[in-house]
Design a protein around this ligand. Structure first.
Ligand code: MLT
Length: 265
């Protein structure tokens, strides 16, 4: 039997993305039959607010119960249990495991031995495919497409898994700028500006900040995205600007994750 893991989006094509967006639209409209007697596990080895709570809410909304392990220090991991043994154990009690782990490749390792679908909720500085699906869905809702657009990544492009995953998809169908120099005069003209925080926990340093001067130069019809949490990248006064889409990303995350779970339960 083929197990429908979601470790990376590298094999998805435009047709699959568009099919998935239509499914998410249906969830947004509330059209689905809940699954009963199903359980998903949220297994988080790293801190999370949006990903873990939106997966929790999504599971409840599609009718599933949730085993939440948000602090592995209170699980057998603290007694030295391997990732593989933890996954095999939780697969005895749940139909899907949502895994966040600090090591690149951990989701692939888990998928290699798991009898139930593994959803990669972030593997170190590697990938974050469910964030990418909600980012792409937000782009799709704002532009009616994800292809032939221009996106500028400003922030920790080296160590942000959200940048890696989204960049990998968009490099195949859009113009992608990774801005190391984002000084006001060098900021490219783009449809989407995607900001990220500095990943201090992965050894990155420095800071990125959109100032009023930057914002004044942004095109009127662009959108500004951020996976959050934010530090100083985007000033709070910008939150009510119609170009600020980060709260829309968060809210879309619920429906995207409902669709991801529903299709695998
Ligand atoms: C992530 O888990 O990668 C976040 O959503 C973005 C971040 O941590 O900066």
């Amino acid at each position: 039997m083929v197990i429908n893991h979601l470790v990376t989006l590298n094999t998805w094509n435009l047709r699959e993305f568009n099919r998935f967006f239509k499914t998410v639209d249906e969830f947004k409209k509330g059209r689905f039959m809940p699954h009963m007697n199903k359980i998903i596990t949220n297994l988080f080895y790293e801190p999370s607010t949006r990903t873990s709570s939106s997966f929790y809410a999504a599971a409840k909304k599609v009718g599933a119960d949730v085993i939440s392990i948000n602090n592995v220090n209170y699980s057998s991991v603290a007694k030295g249990e391997t990732l593989e043994d933890t996954i095999r154990t939780l697969a005895c009690y749940s139909q899907i495991i949502v895994l966040r782990h600090p090591e690149i490749g951990a989701a692939k390792r888990a998928a290699d031995i798991s009898p139930v679908p593994i959803i990669n909720a972030g593997d170190g500085a590697g990938e974050h495919p469910t964030q990418t699906l909600l980012d792409l869905y937000t782009i799709y809702k704002n532009f009616g497409k994800i292809e032939d657009l221009k996106i500028a990544f400003i922030g920790d492009n080296k160590n942000s898994r959200t940048v890696h995953s989204l960049g990998n998809v968009l490099e195949k169908c859009a113009r992608v700028y990774y801005c190391d120099d984002y000084s006001v005069d060098n900021i490219p003209e783009a449809d989407i500006y995607y900001l990220t925080r500095v990943q201090k926990e992965r050894g990155s340093s420095g800071s990125y900040e959109l100032t009023k001067e930057h914002i004044d130069k942004l095109p009127k019809n662009c959108i500004v995205m951020h996976p959050f949490p934010r530090n100083e990248e985007i000033p709070q006064w910008f939150d009510n600007d119609p170009r600020a889409k980060y709260f829309e990303q968060m809210s879309n995350g619920l429906y995207v994750r409902m669709a991801i779970l529903y299709e695998r339960l």
